[in-house]
Design a protein around this ligand. Structure first.
Ligand code: CTP
Length: 405
């Protein structure tokens, strides 16, 4: 259990912070909500108190005997401000301490995450741009807002990222190494494309052959790369996991589509990660009409092999491009898993291979993953953890390969 301070600034997206609060408490964390006085115009104190199960502090002057303006920040393991408005970020950047939340920000020793939400003009105003740069320089992790529908009819960058995305990023910052790379923004200027999900190979207009990949690992990689400052494109086959809003999204259906989309992405990507589960076989022909039963006869379908996307990306690799593959194997023991991994790495020719044992199908759709990351020299890293943490360790390995190029 971690102690989280959830700061809420005065924006309409404050209602989404209620969902974020719920996610934190359901995950077992102790949350103290610190709304700014203007945030209370949007969501009242009673809601925050009931949802957090804790007293709500807004003013420096209430409960002065407990010195909340210093204690809350000092004792927190994590401070999350969602939504962070233009005004809140301006006050934080200039070191003001005119309400309890800004006092907390001045006394916190822990990671601080801000999830901005405002109208596009405000986000793009040079004053806000400068304030965000100042906050980032000082080690505050400021997320980029999502693009999309804002309060009125306007659309553009400025939407609060979805609560599930903020929660995933926030909890990953509790790991020191992740917080350090998020502060460092060690992937700024890097264009990264990650594929995710399982492809569908059509048998007829309504049926397909697919697999149970959820896309969760790929989305965790996208989220981690965005956090570290990369420009991220997600090539998504069938996925159930939500896509981080700050990533560019390309949807595909079949392995053929995936091959095309990845080839197009390869021309302007520094890092390519094949976390998708593409079908290796596709029906030789797709029936134009719905397949019908005929008497008691069964159905025989001939399958042909699909393109090996990873192999073709390696064959067409640009200078300095880092290519990462995954290998889902069913192995009898760890030695056999390594043997299969080494052989696959040699066959595919990628820089890194993320190996996991899928015996029993435990990995698909799960929040955790046990992986061994290998390169031609052997094991680079090995861990069993939450997919968000695994994603960061894969990116650590990518950063090292880029350094060695
Ligand atoms: N992959 C790919 N194109 C395919 C199949 C797989 O690019 N048609 C990629 C996957 O995204 C993954 C890697 O290749 O990054 C390994 O996938 P895996 O299914 O483990 O291996 P296969 O290529 O199917 O090899 P095998 O059938 O020998 O296990």
């Amino acid at each position: 259990m971690s102690r989280i301070v959830l700061g809420v600034a005065g924006g309409i997206a404050a209602y989404k912070a209620c969902l974020l609060l719920r996610l934190f408490t359901e995950a077992g964390h102790h949350v103290t909500v610190v709304p700014t006085p203007s945030a209370l115009n949007f969501v009242g104190e009673a809601t925050w108190a009931a949802l957090s199960g804790n007293p709500v502090h807004t003013q420096v002057w209430s409960d002065a005997d407990q010195v909340p303006h210093v204690r809350l920040g000092r004792e927190a393991d994590l401070v999350v401000v969602a939504p962070a408005t233009a005004d809140l970020m301006a006050r934080a950047a200039s070191g003001r301490a005119d309400d309890l939340l800004t006092n907390v920000l001045l006394t916190a020793h822990c990671p601080v995450l801000m999830a901005p939400a405002m109208h596009t003009e405000m986000w793009q105003h040079p004053a806000t741009v400068a304030n965000v740069a100042t906050l980032r320089e000082r080690g505050v992790v400021v997320l980029d807002p999502d693009s999309g529908r804002l309060t009125g009819a306007d659309t553009g960058p400025g939407r609060l990222p979805e609560p599930e995305q903020i929660e995933a990023v926030a909890l990953s910052l509790l790991h020191e190494r992740v917080a350090a790379s998020a502060r460092e923004r060690d992937l700024v200027g890097v264009r990264l494309t990650v594929s995710a999900g399982g492809t569908h190979e059509a048998l007829d207009p309504v049926r397909f052959i697919g697999n149970s990949s959820s896309g969760r690992m790929g989305m965790a990689i996208a989220r981690a790369a965005l956090l570290r400052g990369a420009q991220v494109r997600v090539v998504a086959a069938a996925i159930t996991a939500p896509v981080p809003g700050a990533a560019e999204l390309v949807r595909v259906v079949s392995t053929g589509d995936l091959a095309e989309a990845m080839a197009a992405a390869a021309s302007d990507s520094d890092v390519l990660i094949m976390a998708a589960a593409p079908a290796d076989f596709t029906p030789e022909r797709r029936s134009d009409g719905k397949l019908k039963k005929s008497g008691d006869e069964g159905l025989t379908v001939r399958f042909v092999q699909t393109t090996d996307v990873l192999k073709s990306l390696v064959a067409g690799r640009c200078d300095g491009q880092v290519i990462v593959g995954f290998a889902a194997e069913t192995a009898a023991d760890p030695e056999q898993l390594m043997e299969l991994g080494r052989a696959k790495l040699a066959r595919k020719g990628c820089d890194l291979l993320v190996l996991n044992d899928v015996s029993g199908g435990a990995v698909f759709g799960s929040a955790d993953n046990a992986v061994t990351i290998i390169d031609r020299g052997g094991v680079v890293d090995s861990l069993a953890a939450d997919k968000n943490l695994v994603a960061h360790r894969i990116l650590d390995a990518v950063v090292n390969v880029r350094k060695s190029h």
